[in-house]
Write a protein that binds this ligand. Structure first.
Ligand code: IMP
Ligand code: MG
Length: 180
């Protein structure tokens, strides 16, 4: 699909890179632990996580890395309201310091589910980081410990975020509208 739904670039790749550097500075001191596991929530976090860990490497910081796949959206732009696991942790997080990475905090259901799941698996501590936050959309009360950018209520794609599995490859974040 050509990116013909794209209306407006919200954050350029350069703006994202700058913010990722700042986030890693914020996190590097707090999150340094011998027993840290960084867990990306798939699929939206893949690009963000890849940039974060390469920055962590520059800080001589070498966490274990894992992924969980959680599904809540059907095809469109509205959440179905229920979250389910389609790929569980591969690393044993018992007694680990877990850092959960997601693309966007929207209703809060996905991150809440992931946090509860890590807790149920015996994580010693759990921190959360999302690239984007849409606080006006929250249904479940949750805040991330680290947020890249706070945005209003509009649908964004790119840098890992999709519309119907399209647009994840875009190196920037863009607003999409679907009125045509
Ligand atoms: P939540 O469970 O409602 O907080 O939704 C989190 C998930 O919904 C994210 O991990 C995204 O996959 C998806 N999502 C929410 N808002 C957007 C958006 O604006 N663009 C793309 N995906 C979104
Ligand atoms: Mg998604």
């Amino acid at each position: 699909m050509e990116p013909h739904h794209i209306r407006e670039i919200v954050f350029t790749d350069e703006q994202i890179r700058t913010r990722v550097d700042q986030l890693v500075h914020e996190m590097a001191d707090d999150c340094r632990s011998e027993n840290m596991v960084m867990i990306g929530i798939l699929r939206g976090s893949f690009m963000f996580l890849a940039d974060l860990v390469r920055d962590f490497y520059d800080h001589d910081y070498h966490p274990r890395i894992d992924f969980i796949t959680l599904e809540s959206y059907g095809g469109g732009t509205e959440s179905s309201g229920t979250v389910r696991i389609t790929k569980d942790f591969s690393v044993d997080v018992h007694d680990a310091d877990v850092l959960l990475i997601d693309d966007i905090l929207d209703t809060g259901r996905t991150l809440t589910y992931a946090k509860n799941h890590a807790k149920a698996r015996g994580a010693r501590s759990i921190k959360t980081c999302t690239l984007l936050d849409k606080p006006s959309r929250r249904i479940v009360p949750i805040e991330a410990d680290y947020v890249g950018f706070t945005i209003d209520d509009f649908f964004v794609v790119g840098y890992g975020l999709d519309y119907d599995s399209y647009y994840r490859e875009l190196p920037y974040l863009a607003k999409v509208t679907f009125e045509e």
